[in-house]
Design a protein around this ligand. Structure first.
Ligand code: ATP
Length: 304
């Protein structure tokens, strides 16, 4: 693939992309986060994980959240899921405050969270049955969602018989079967190999195109964020604050073939600039490589 080196600004939008954003912003707001602040108080003192974070997500919008380690991505998604309390601010779903977990939010995590003792079908049915849906009806519902994620032939398989990508497809079906208003995804493809990850990204876009779902997706991978998102929320760390909410100018439909287009390159350069600024303060997780390495074995030959 040849890189297209024509330089454009990441802010430049074609007429079609601009028209799409204009339309998107007219859609109803599904999620509104207003001045969200979360302070953890522990033995070592206070940590402001999120400070005055504000943004809106429109119906059927795909928003990715990126930022350096410790910028509060997990805290944000856990708060939106209702699994974490917040110190101040507001989280509104369809205009109503989020006060705890609810079926209106579906969750998909990086770790495989399927019940190993249940079949694929039973894993997806679990939530419906817990909510009192009769088995026969739940079974019919599940069949539709398994078809959507391409796993209808694996309904009776058990999680240990599935690949990592297939397990995540089950997790997506399980989250969607409750027909949530928003799907919250915390690095769902982070544990997959590069090829499976790429297939899953394409598959997720296909699902998103076909159903009425709004997605908030956390990732460390800049290419993944650009490939998937309408807008990318960039957070900075210590404290976790919004740096920029970027409208991705890469036209849809998206595919990995766009990786070297001017829009993609310009957006990625901007994200790199925000996440790895030249005068970056000391990163607490950075591992420094010692200039001289201790040898633990007395080998006669050098390997290179
Ligand atoms: N339970 C907790 N108690 C105290 N501090 C916490 C707790 N959970 C997170 N933090 C702190 O809050 C900040 C944000 O953490 P969080 O895990 O949300 O960041 P993150 O962006 O998801 O990080 P990573 O990308 O490394 O997973 C960090 O400084 C972290 O040390």
């Amino acid at each position: 693939m040849q890189a297209n080196t024509d330089q454009i600004s990441y802010l430049t939008q074609s007429e079609a992309v601009k028209a799409r954003f204009d339309k998107l912003k007219q859609r109803e707001v599904i999620l509104e986060v207003k001045n969200l602040t979360k302070v953890y108080r522990g033995a070592k003192g206070e940590t402001t994980a999120l400070k005055d974070v504000s943004f809106k997500t429109h119906r059927r919008e795909f928003v990715c959240v990126i930022g350096p380690s410790g910028c509060g991505k997990s805290t944000l998604i856990r708060t939106l899921a209702g699994l974490e309390s917040y110190t101040s601010g507001e989280v509104l779903l369809d205009g109503k405050p989020v006060t705890g977990p609810g079926r209106d939010r579906g969750m998909v995590f990086q770790g495989y969270t399927l019940f190993p003792w249940l079949s694929v079908k039973k894993n997806v049915m679990f939530g419906l049955e817990m909510n009192g849906m009769p088995s026969e009806e739940a079974s019919r519902e599940v069949a539709l969602w398994l078809e959507l994620v391409g796993l209808e032939k694996f309904a009776n398989a058990y999680p240990h018989e599935l690949s990592g990508g297939m397990k995540q497809r089950v997790a997506i079906a399980r989250a969607l079967v409750n027909q949530p208003r928003i799907l919250l995804m915390d690095e769902p493809f982070g544990a997959l190999d590069a090829q499976t990850r790429c297939k899953m990204q394409t598959h997720l876009l296909e699902i998103w195109r076909n159903i009425d779902i709004t997605i908030l997706f956390i990732t460390h991978d800049l290419d993944e964020a650009i490939l998937l998102a309408d807008r990318i929320l960039v957070l900075k760390a210590h404290p976790g604050e919004v740096q920029e909410l970027i409208e991705v100018s890469v036209p849809r439909p998206r595919s990995p073939d766009q990786l070297f287009t001017p829009e993609f390159i310009a957006t990625k350069a901007r994200l790199e600039e925000l996440i790895h600024p030249p005068t970056e303060p000391v990163d607490e997780d950075a591992v420094s490589v010692p200039s001289r390495m201790i040898r633990f074995v007395n080998v006669a030959d050098n390997v290179e």
